[in-house]
Design a binder for this molecule. Sequence first.
Ligand code: V47
Ligand code: SF4
Length: 374
Amino acid sequence: MSLNPSEPHSAPLEALLPLEAKISRGERLTADEGLFLYRMAPLPWLRTQADAVRLTRHGQEAYFNRNIHFEPTNKCVYACKFCAFYRTPKATEAEGAWDYGFEYLRHKLDAYPMGSLTEIHVTGGVHPDRGVEYGEALCAFIKSIRPELHVKAFTAVEITYFAKKSGVTLTEALDRLKRAGLDSLPGGGAEIFDPEVRKRIAGGKAPAHTWLEVHEAAHRLGLLSNATMLYGHVEEYRHRIDHMLRLRDLQDRTGGFKAFIPLRYRNEANALSHIPEVPAEEDLRNYAVARLFLDNIPHLKAYWVMLGLDLATQALDYGVDDLDGTVDDSTRIYSMAGGMEHPAVTSAELGRIIRSKGRVPVERDSEYAKLRAV
Ligand code: V47
Ligand code: SF4
């Protein structure tokens, strides 16, 4: 981990006063100021500032939704170094590979009565044989059996591959997926945009400019999306600022991002397992800086599946206003990399967690319309 660990995170108060004034006036921070916060700002100061900005933007409400994930396959043409989830396209079941058909999904959805879910989040490995036709068929299948569900599906990396495989432009691929039933894009595949770092951890897959191009094209077609950032591996603070700056610039042009989701690198069973995971203070610092620096993406999500419920609860004090969803043990990306073994939580439990911080739990839909207070 090379985050300048020798630095003390202890700027004198006088150095922080101009930033405090700027933040309270709602002025945008420069890249240098963002970097200064990462390196020098004491954590309690960051907490106070991020919490105040969150309060101004969202009041006391904190959001969650009722969702499940579907990971059709973990066979993947890429081999990202941080990924514990993928298997090679030729891998067998005995080697931990899976490739589920649509009937498996029907069976899975049958377990959820009407009204018990509002969203399905679909993402998986990049299967070598699948183009946009597969994505269309999957979206259409979900809508045919569960028209009420919001289909948040396919990372920009999966969509880039679909388009290439089918010989169509990114916009054409997205337009076809949208007509078939796609409602929004998840934020995965962003990792870290800096080309050198990206090459070291995720060489081969869609580069930063393509990830951003997919999201821009989606926004122009009226599809909303999220954005992630994978941190705590080989990157430095300046790479995180560069990542958020690129998102901030795109958001200024389109306004199509709903949530920013920082994802802490988990180090089990992958090719970077020698890298220790960052301490919890680093996660909290990262949420707070994201809330302060990324001033035009409304929601900041602590994905509890990756963090664990205790840390996700603490993150609510550091600028976070969303805890993602109930999930119901339907994703393996994190359990395979060292996260919770069977991630599932009820809406009542999410409500209790949010209330424990003196906040008001609100169930939202996938576009953050408020559905009900819990
Ligand atoms: O892109 C994979 C990450 C992402 C590891 O949009 C890892 O609402 C840490 O994007 N350690 C996929 N992270 C998941 C994702 C997501 C999750 C929840 C909500 C939303 C949303 C999106 O998972 C990948 C990658 O960055 N990831 N392996 C790992 N070892
Ligand atoms: Fe494949 Fe996604 Fe894992 Fe990379 S992160 S190896 S693209 S499944």
